[in-house]
Design a protein around this ligand. Sequence first.
Ligand SMILES: NC(=O)c1ccc[n+]([C@@H]2O[C@H](COP(=O)([O-])OP(=O)(O)OC[C@H]3O[C@@H](n4cnc5c(N)ncnc54)[C@H](OP(=O)(O)O)[C@@H]3O)[C@@H](O)[C@H]2O)c1
Length: 302
Amino acid sequence: MRKPISRLGFGGWQLGNHQEWGQMDEEQGIKLVQTAFENGITFFDTAPNYAAGRSEIYLGMATKLFRDKIYLNSKYGHDPDGNIGFSVAGIEPSIRGSLKRLQTTYLDSLLLHNPPMEILNGATSHFQELERLKQVGLIRAYGVSIDTAEEVEAVLKQPNVTIIELLYNIFFQSCRKLLSDIHKRGILLIIKVPLDSGWLTGKYTAKAAFEGIRHRWSQEDIQRRADLVNQLSNITKDTSLTKYAMGFLFSYPEITTIIPGIKTIEQLHDHLNHQKYVLPHDIKQQFENLYDQSIAKNPLPW
Ligand SMILES: NC(=O)c1ccc[n+]([C@@H]2O[C@H](COP(=O)([O-])OP(=O)(O)OC[C@H]3O[C@@H](n4cnc5c(N)ncnc54)[C@H](OP(=O)(O)O)[C@@H]3O)[C@@H](O)[C@H]2O)c1
């Protein structure tokens, strides 16, 4: 039987001291995870490469006393040293590495971490190997972390996949029409990057400068996002947008859990305070229209 999964989940990429997202020491990371659990969050997302393994290590230290009450989701394909590889033979050793760092004997789920299309199409033996690892008890479920409608369509043809982690938010709605197909299959749907890496909080402007993983955006990308954020503020009549961005996602019954990347106790409490907010239907409609009219034909780069 599946463990209860909180609709507000925890994105674990930011856990750990690292170049992508900045500083977070062990004590801060453990406190963040334990406070999340104490406040009802039961779903935690991580991956071997997050902070070169430290995300899993912090999660393991923080959760060992209540392991049986939470859902730990990790991934395969990006290793702690920064290498990317999807060999079938590498899956089991990677899972064993995750289990050691997480101080546990099983993963609630294992996702292939943005694998190539041939794997999603079922042209390889990855899903058979994952089925074997499920049978021996190292993982309880398996699936994929993906970004595009083409990828979702391919995965929906794989009968044993029971979990998808998907890029979806106000700025990325290309999979909107596929949400009901995912739901009909009974697939557990995790939403990653719910805040467009922070933009959908409303806290950045065209003058923002980014380091680490967010250094990827050109000045043009930043200007376009800042203009879109202004349009959202015109719709909500509010400059603080987090509750609307999260409320937008909570409004889809097809979504099982939403995993914002949380860096501080203040950000965690902000999400906890807003988790019951119900987005008015007309605002949701306007967010969907904004995407259809201003983004769909010219998608933003992640
Ligand atoms: N390929 C994959 O499988 C994949 C890819 C991406 C993400 N993920 C998963 O999805 C999770 C979420 O994605 P993400 O972290 O990339 O993007 P995100 O959740 O859209 O944005 C995270 C950023 O938003 C800001 N933030 C979050 N909550 C806030 C609050 N309440 N108030 C103000 N600012 C807030 C923080 O920005 P500041 O840093 O500026 O404070 C944080 O670093 C990750 O942690 C990871 O677990 C998976």
